[in-house]
Write a protein that binds this ligand. Structure first.
Ligand SMILES: Cc1cc2nc3c(=O)[nH]c(=O)nc-3n(C[C@H](O)[C@H](O)[C@H](O)COP(=O)(O)OP(=O)(O)OC[C@H]3O[C@@H](n4cnc5c(N)ncnc54)[C@H](O)[C@@H]3O)c2cc1C
Length: 527
């Protein structure tokens, strides 16, 4: 198939990948006045960026590796992000039950140091060291909104009730929850509002330098048609595919790459009755979280497994499911089995290959590498966390500025994402106000809409006076009007985009309801 050149002017940036990093970079660049095209081969956040543990966190366990810089950067960023998106992100308290026999990874720098001074503690941690780590966690990031660490007596209070009786003491610290897939979509929307072109289900299948600019071949994955888009600079934010894009699409030889480490989660019916999460230290030295999820469920994860091929869709294997059940069973009184799992998801961490010995030990920090031989530059993003996506985009812009000298400075800190222009503790007020204006909304429905759309919930509901005005009901409070909004404003094309990424109503809808929704959406696209 021959592709036609479609543009008269080359774009400033062409970004490959619609995960959190690609969309964050698109937003930042468009806001600085650059002309931007972003190409995502599937749906936005289709890969790793919808499969995370969904935490804005400093990463307590990285302190074990002395990754102080990474932890500080992420801790400071938590509150910046929380302020910009109080609808899709909220503070969460984490309960870390302490037991003197808990096992920790033996090969971390902390372990080695401790074994030197206290050889009898090999593989374990004294309580004072955990308290010290949490003190650092509290102070490194300069908290203003999030409350400090405290010690809990598990023999009284709701936090101890679901746990095995051998746990009598815990530490409780702060981090934040974020709806990861919505974070990506809202960045893409804001980028589009600032002039970026966002192309979903559009794959970059090749790129070549022609007359000092990139000629990039884009394939529409729905129709199969191809076209060429020219760009002055390429940004490779392909996540797990970053190496494949470099080698096979852009044809640049490099020995830099990503190490693919799969992480899986299981979801069960709710296992405890409060809104705090648990941080569990396992007998193998690893940690997992058990987190209140979508009101009626508990999310448990994650695992760390080498994954050889980005094109092999990650799945939570039966062994990983059993591992996570066993992990939870070593803490909770209630025993869960694989029969209790209602959903699983799995993602591949694209970790910068720094030659670290184990998947758990590989650095979680990102690396940016620019290749500018023979004219047109390409910038490659290796690694990175959800929590650091905005900072990563700022760093990318510093590199981009070398090629676009008059580029304006940083601007995204403090600028809300769509629907996020309200106070951090404003969700209850916003929900009450929405119910006053739309009295047919029940509590659960109103809260879901505020958590998804924030101050934009009203624009989505429009002039509806009763539920029937919202058109067809697809189940679980999903109406035709909401689907129209998601298709027109949030790039959704298929039912799976809606029920597993724009929201998680797939947990509550039947396969028949999801199939009916898909049919309706296909028919709307065809019109
Ligand atoms: C199990 C797990 C738990 C995690 N938990 C957390 C957490 O709690 N907090 C945190 O901060 N971070 C967490 N992370 C890390 C975080 O999720 C990732 O670092 C981040 O999502 C990576 O985003 P990305 O945009 O680089 O990659 P991706 O989200 O994978 O996006 C890359 C995109 O590029 C597209 N693409 C690839 N090739 C092409 C092509 N040729 N043409 C067009 N498009 C292409 C893909 O379809 C994909 O959508 C976790 C990761 C995992 C796996």
């Amino acid at each position: 198939m021959t592709a036609e050149v479609h543009d008269d002017q080359p774009r400033d940036l062409l970004i490959i990948g619609g995960g959190v990093n690609g969309c964050g970079i698109a937003r930042d660049a468009a806001g600085r006045g650059l002309s931007v095209t972003l190409a995502e081969m599937n749906d936005l956040a289709w890969a790793t960026s919808s499969a995370s543990t969904k935490l804005f966190h400093g990463g307590l366990r990285y302190l074990e590796y002395f990754e102080i810089g990474l932890v500080r950067k992420a801790l400071v960023e938590r509150e910046v992000l929380l302020r910009a998106m109080p609808h899709i992100s909220w503070p969460m308290r984490f309960v870390l039950p302490y037991h003197k026999d808990m096992r920790f990874e033996a090969e971390t720098p902390t372990s080695r140091l401790l074994s030197f001074f206290m050889p009898w503690m090999r593989g374990r941690r004294p309580a004072w060291l955990i308290r010290l780590g949490l003190l650092m966690y509290d102070t490194l990031g300069g908290r203003k909104i999030l409350p400090a660490t405290q010690t809990l007596d598990l023999r009284s209070g709701p936090e101890g009730a679901p746990l095995d009786d051998r746990f009598t003491k815990a530490y409780e610290f702060s981090d934040c929850w974020v709806e990861d897939a919505r974070l990506v979509v809202l960045n893409a929307r804001d980028a589009q509002d600032r002039g970026a072109q966002i192309l979903t289900r559009t794959k970059v299948i090749g790129a070549a330098r022609v007359d000092g600019v990139w000629a990039v071949t884009l394939q529409d994955m729905n129709s199969g048609t191809q076209r060429i888009q020219r760009a002055k600079m390429l940004v490779n934010a392909g996540g797990p595919w970053v190496g494949e894009i470099l080698q096979d699409r852009v044809h640049i030889d490099t020995n830099e790459g990503v190490r693919l480490v799969r992480g899986s989660h299981i979801v069960t019916k709710r296992l405890f009755d409060h809104d705090k999460a648990y941080f569990f230290q396992g007998t193998d030295g690893r940690i997992t979280f058990a987190i209140p999820y979508e009101s009626d469920f508990t999310l448990i994860g994650t695992t760390d497994q080498e994954h050889d091929d980005p094109d092999r869709r990650p799945e939570c294997t039966p062994e990983e499911q059993q591992y996570l059940c066993d992990f939870a069973n070593s803490y909770f009184k209630q025993t869960i089995t694989r029969e209790d799992i209602v959903w699983t998801y799995s993602g591949v961490r694209p970790l910068y290959d720094d030659g670290a010995s184990s998947a758990t030990a590989a650095t979680r920090d990102y690396k940016l590498k620019v290749k500018a031989q023979n004219g047109a530059p390409v910038l490659n993003v290796f690694g990175g966390k959800i929590t650091t996506y905005r900072r990563l985009a700022e760093r990318v812009m510093q590199e981009v500025a070398a090629f676009f000298p008059a580029l304006p400075g940083d601007w995204t800190a403090g600028v809300p994402l769509p629907g996020g222009d309200f106070p951090v503790d404003g969700v209850p007020d916003l929900t009450r106000g929405l119910q006053t204006d739309y009295p047919f909304l029940g509590d659960v429905w109103a809260r879901r809409l505020v958590r998804a759309y924030g101050t934009e919930a009203r624009a989505m509901l429009g002039d509806a006076r009763e539920a029937a005005d919202l058109g067809q009901d697809f189940g679980a409070t999903l109406s035709a009007r909401e689907i129209q909004w998601l298709m027109d404003k949030e790039f959704a094309q298929r039912a799976e985009d809606v029920v597993w990424r724009r929201n998680k109503l797939g947990l509550r809808m039947t396969p028949d309801q999801i199939a009916a929704l898909d049919k309706w959406m296909q028919a709307r696209v065809a019109v």
